[in-house]
Ligand binder design. Sequence first.
Ligand code: ADP
Ligand code: MG
Length: 675
Amino acid sequence: MERFDLNMPIKRVRGVGEARAKLFAKLGINTALDLLRHFPRAYEDLNEIRFIRELRENEEALIRARVVVPASGRYIRRDMTVFTAVAEDPTGRIKITIFNRKYTAEALEYGKEFLFRGKVEFDRGVLCMSSPEVLPVNKAGGLRALYSLTNGLTHNIVSNCVKNVLDAVGDGIEDLLPADVRAENGLAPAAKCYRAIHFPKDYNDMNVARRRFVFEELYLFQLGLQMIKGRNRGLTGTPMSDADITPFTRSLPFELTDAQKRAADEITADMRGSRPMQRLLQGDVGSGKTAVAAAAMYFARENGYQSVLMAPTEILAAQHFQTLRGFFEPLGVSVELLTGSTPAAKKRDIKARLAEGSVEMLVSTHAVIPDDTVFRSLGLAITDEQHRFGVRQRAALAEKSRSPHVLIMSATPIPRTLALIMYGDLDISVLDSLPRGRGKISTYAVDGTYRTRIFSFIKNNVDVGRQAYLVCPLVEENDELDAASAKQYYEQLVQGVFRGYTVGLVYGKMPPREKDATMKAFSEGKISILISTTVIEVGVDVPNANVMVIENAERYGLSQLHQLRGRIGRGKWDSYCVLISDQESAAERLRFMAKTSDGFKIAEKDLELRGPGDLIGKRQHGLPEFEIADIERDMNVFYDTLACAKKTFEDDPQLRKPENAPLRDWIKRMFSRTP
Ligand code: ADP
Ligand code: MG
């Protein structure tokens, strides 16, 4: 018999023609294997049969009933026939209506019993199920797979096609997982699991299959991360040796914290190593990442290499530039700033001096680097606030660059478990303590009745020379409506309580030039009160600001509130964060914020309350998209795969052994998918 090839086009699967192949393509299903890997998104329990008497309007229900009045059809217009039948169970009767599906309707013969699944309605006082699914009674008692569908496909169609593939292929399905991995982790063979995941006998059967596929996916993902991490082994083009950074540390106006020293040691050790550094520097806002970055830049410079520090916005780049120039000019190091708004002539000049090597350190934005900028000898690239970068994007970048040392700074504290998934391809340094000598931040969770008092409190602080942030009551930045309501809120305050004060407004949709101008005025102290949406979240440093008021605080995740709060408490004054919310349900969360300042604790809590997607921001979270694994649910499997992947990797780092070839091919596909 000819062997069934799982890679053959879906069109050649029995039950699939041109039209259905197109529908499947919409779901990303192009081959027979894709179809098998179109895992059910849920299961319907066909044990849960309800009695007609118990049905409530508008609920979805499954009933088992015998036809007492067979279907009869009636045209209601061209192309539309309605069939009506009546069915009963021992507790009552129900009307069944079916639109157009002639064959389904005609099967409803007198005395025959069926399962009906659909929404319960009342049609002029009569209990009714409109357009239900009609299933033979022998389906009762099992679990039925439910799939993500597209218009024109039903669960039954998908099921039947899957069944045709499974019948054709028999147990001739190649197992991706090596036999010893399966044995050691108690995983069932692929062929059996494909059948069980689509047609489970019971929950246990389904869970055994699901665990196998989750394991497979997370294990392969781990292996992929290890390969990315190991790829550049021995390839550094910028070998460095030990250098003395004490001239830099001695010149600082403060002493580095122990955490900073530790991180700097880890970084310089990497840079002396034979392979390019790929390290994440994680630290809460205000933990002093910039000084650590500067130490690394100085180390590169002492080794004769240039370095670049990239920020996500022009404001942040300008701020970093100020800081670095402050650090380095006294030491005779040349630092330049290159952004989109640098005048053309200056740009040319800086680029020329970068190419010739007389600019030793550059501060820039992601938008400007890396285009046509040429360095004479770039040894270190640092990116700030880059947590929104996914692992696949990093993989692609690593492929392109000629591997200088790379340091990524993130101010989002991420629980260790999550960091392993998001940054498993990186080494991690953590700044887990804040520099001393700052004013303390007190946080209060209050309701709207305090608003007047809070506004006076802002004025009192501004009157003695401080500045304040006021975060608007908004759902989403980047939205016309919100822009309008932000403006309205601003107008109201400017003409009301804050009359006579200098007040600025920034929001997401604003033209960048205006936004930058306002932010600049605020950081220069020309504006006292800044009203904004959450755009200020991204790393602005105004030490003179000591009050932050957040309206509708319930709308933000704990981590986001923490980020916002990090804008204050940067100077020597005591600072105050006030969370306003009238929502009783949010009170506990907000009280937690009021008593906790540790970003990692807050992140753990957020993970617990809202799951990882929310924690790092839905849209740009940089988390890989898994086919079946759900890191909220499958953390325990994830731990199992860590150890297992490590073992495989140590045994065969490049997966060159023949038994590992399928793994290698699969990983390639996994990491080339768009993020
Ligand atoms: P972040 O980690 O949020 O980027 P920064 O690098 O901006 O933090 O540092 C925040 C503030 O703390 C800066 O004003 C910086 O000068 C100051 N700072 C950094 N390290 C120390 C230290 N060891 N002692 C005192 N102040 C420090
Ligand atoms: Mg910073």
